[in-house]
Design a protein around this ligand. Sequence first.
Ligand SMILES: [Mg+2]
Length: 258
Amino acid sequence: MTSQHILIFDFDGVIIDGIWEYWISSTKAYWKIIGKENHLDPFNSNIPKDFRILRPWVKSGWEMVLLTAELLQADSFLKASGASIFSKHYERNCLEALNKWGWSPEQLQAALDDVRREAIRKDRKRWLTSHQAFPLVAERIKQFKNESIEFGVLTTKSAEFTLELLDHLNLHPKLLYGHEAGDKASMLLKISKETPIAGFIEDRRKTLETVLNTPGLKSIPCYLANWGYLKPLDNKNLPSGIQLLEKRKFLSPLANWS
Ligand SMILES: [Mg+2]
């Protein structure tokens, strides 16, 4: 008997909306790095519009800390130019901002992870509820077992925090890999050697395009989750290997998706 097929899910932007928690944790991580803590409670401040606008460009957690630093500094390039100009050369602008601050991605990621560990230790419930589950997604994931489909999670978050949140949603994936494990294309290759992959659901189009162009992964059905963090034109003119996944289709049996 062949092993059961597995559906692989991205986490933030597909299963949960973590932007509010990202804003809070990134603000605290920024203060931690510059040595000025607690001069504003991020729970009582609104998420800057530019932070939301730039979310679809973000690949890794540390970028959130960098964007937060830029947004909290009055004379930064991001503050002066706005998110739309900044996003036009997003990677280059992030690199320049990193150099300006004299920071490394590892340092920012470590500060973010420290802040999260502290938040969980101090008030686990508050930390968990600062994330919002996308409506009906967790419920639908639980039903895949009725279609003999397992599910797994591939995320650029740290696995330890993702596991806390999945537990809270009563979701228990067959496998879970965080950013520590490696990039998503490599992880899909590894998974596909052991288990046939029924599909990969992700809200970052660039990641899906990378998967599509990776030898050995071309046969994996790729789905762009329409309810996630999409750039304005992400759902237009998709290449033939990537299908737009609307909530209605997602709620229907997997056999009807293509
Ligand atoms: Mg995502």
